[in-house]
Design a protein around this ligand. Sequence first.
Ligand code: SF4
Ligand code: SF4
Length: 492
Amino acid sequence: FMDDFCKMTVERFDGSLKAEHATGRNIAPFLELEWGPRATELMWRLKQIIDPDGVLAPRIVLDRDPRAHLRGLKTIPRVEAVADPCIECGFCEPTCPSHDLTTSPRQRIVLRREMMRQPDGSPVETGLLDAYGYDAVDTCAGDSTCKLACPVGIDTGAMMKDFRHQRHSPREERIAALTAKNFRAVEAAARLAVAAASRIDDRLLEGVTGLARRAVRPDLMPAWLPEIPGAAARELPRTSRAGASAVYYPACVNRIFAGPEGQHAPSLPQAVVAVSARAGKPVWIPPDTAGTCCATIWHSKGYDTANAVMANRIVAAAWGWTAGGKLPLVVDASSCTLGIAHEVVPYLTEDNRALHRELTVVDSLVWAADELLPELTVLRRAGSAVLHPTCSMEHLGDVEHLRAVAEACAREVVIPDDAACCGFAGDRGMLHEELTASATAKEAAEVNTREYDRYLSANRMCEIGMDRATGRSYYSVLMELERATRPGPGQV
Ligand code: SF4
Ligand code: SF4
């Protein structure tokens, strides 16, 4: 192929063999074909003057072997089917929240290939296997932004989740499935624990959870972070199904955790209910949301049985709530929208897959930007707001909706150049604090170069991650929209 290709390019079209890349191994044998013997010999003479021992780029660019491009080819052993098409181009690397801390998606795949090249039991293979658990599997945020950047669509995050699944013992899978089956009790206990924890000194909690993490496993037991907010109100706002324009599903994180001001300000569910009614599009919160969630907490950890339990439960429930998809289902956390709209699908039964096709799952940002904003009058605007677009918003294509709602609420809106996935990933930022610290370092430094009046996003756990990174208080832009359009005197 290279013989024919190079002859065609040079002899038929008088073209150049190089464009974006320079002369590498593949083109080296064809240098003379392109440049002729005199120019090539000139290059050799220069090379001999500058690099008489041939230590610079050895056996690349200038190589007298006419088969140099076929010599010492890198082998590409088969690894996991999802990763086999990887061409090791590295486009995925800058987007990856762990690339400064441990490994990038490309490195995760390259390391797997090197394991396969090694003889069984070799010291290199043993060393790679030992390091891979933390450096690749544990510190993957599972956000799959690598897939968005990859020219062949490789989801390295899915591969890491599958490794997590494979290392679970049957007992761990059973326990996880029990947490899904009994999620109503788990949710109530989590809310109570958060409420109790808010009355205990942070240092004590950090010490206790630190001990528990050493006793259990740092990848399973979350650490306590001082930025974790207090508990949400026990009751969700009262709403009516009659006349509702949409079913509003408050994500479990928003049923467990309060906003940055605790229970002193309208909660996110109160804000969504109020601002929707104000726009003439009232929403209804089903009375039986407790015990349901988007399944992402199990999906991200690779607990497949638990994930399937909750995926099927939320789809069946949502189909009932929305009267078979007649009303849209509005979800107030972008990662949960992504979970319910897309990630649950492979885990559904055939029947529930059919129900899922009838649902219209709408992220709260889209609801606010497309349905509410045109009907609202903004009465007060903040001076400036900085946004944190989450990786789920990137997947959903919602970032412009976040910007549109923020621009209605603030005169100046900034998305930092270095905004990227925060790596908090539900609770991974509590399991491996260093992941969020590394992932957010550049964005936080940029945010903190100046003061903003508002720090806005639309995913509670990412907001907590950004609070920790910046020392500011992030909250949902829908709370700001409610404040900006609230009738009566209000603080600017
Ligand atoms: S962008 Fe895709 S093909 Fe390129 S290195 Fe990353 S995973 Fe491999
Ligand atoms: S899922 Fe996220 S953390 Fe994991 S490899 Fe992909 S970009 Fe990196």
